[in-house]
Design a binder for this molecule. Structure first.
Ligand SMILES: [Cu+2]
Length: 128
């Protein structure tokens, strides 16, 4: 076991670690590559495509700006639906090869699913 002789010793050691950590953070911030962490796809286009295949939405999460249209296309030989969990949009039965579009006019997070295969889930994140 390590024994601390003086009452100030452990605190002094912590203070030194703290200064080192602050120094490291400051250095990282100046390089400015924090945005590369996010897994969601950012697309500034006015229409963003989501493909349905393999019983999944691709990409499952889209980040868009207000006024952007999302167009889902069913590329699978099975009927699916694109149905907002909160009911704000619903494609109804989307036969193979068919598309459904919805324009997002409000900021928010819109999770959706397929009514036929409820394990199929996606999210549209709308920002200003
Ligand atoms: Cu489905």
């Amino acid at each position: 076991m390590i024994r601390f002789r003086g009452p100030g010793s452990p605190l002094a050691a912590l203070a030194i670690i703290g200064i080192a950590a602050v120094g490291a953070c400051g250095k990282m911030g100046s390089t400015g590559n924090i945005s590369s962490v996010t897994p969601a796809i950012v697309q500034p286009a006015t229409t963003v495509g989501v493909s349905i295949s393999g019983f999944a939405f691709h990409p499952a999460t889209v980040k868009i700006e207000v006024g952007t249209t999302v167009k889902w296309t069913n590329h699978q030989n099975v009927t699916h639906t694109v149905t907002a969990n909160g009911g704000s949009f619903n494609s109804g039965d989307l036969a193979p090869g068919h598309s459904f579009s919805h324009t997002f006019k409000r900021v928010g997070k819109f999770p959706y699913h397929c009514m036929i295969h409820t394990f199929m889930k996606g999210t549209v994140i709308v920002s200003q």
